[in-house]
Design a binder for this molecule. Sequence first.
Ligand code: FES
Length: 115
Amino acid sequence: MTRTVRLCARGDVEPETARRFDVDGHRVALVRVGDDYYAVGDRCSHADYSLSEGEVWDEEREIECPKHGSTFSLLTGEPQTLPATQPVPVYDVRVDGDDVLVALPETDDVGGPET
Ligand code: FES
């Protein structure tokens, strides 16, 4: 089960940047590339660092972890470079008018709130 949540207005995230949102126990990095929006888990799979503080690689559609430099696909969540070896979650994003919406798993589906 997923639940659709409004994260922000379209203009709240500048192109080629990311912003963190904490929603219902999920840490989400909303990434904007041009007029496209992507949402991935904000916590790097290598250690607890915030991907939304990293650099957005627009042509590659990746985001770089600010700590050790692993990049993650915005399309699949898979790491493209070491040291991370595990993917981060990817969430469906939809733009409705001026709103950016994301589909999040119900918190019960992931075994409780993330910390
Ligand atoms: S914490 Fe992200 S690559 Fe190490």
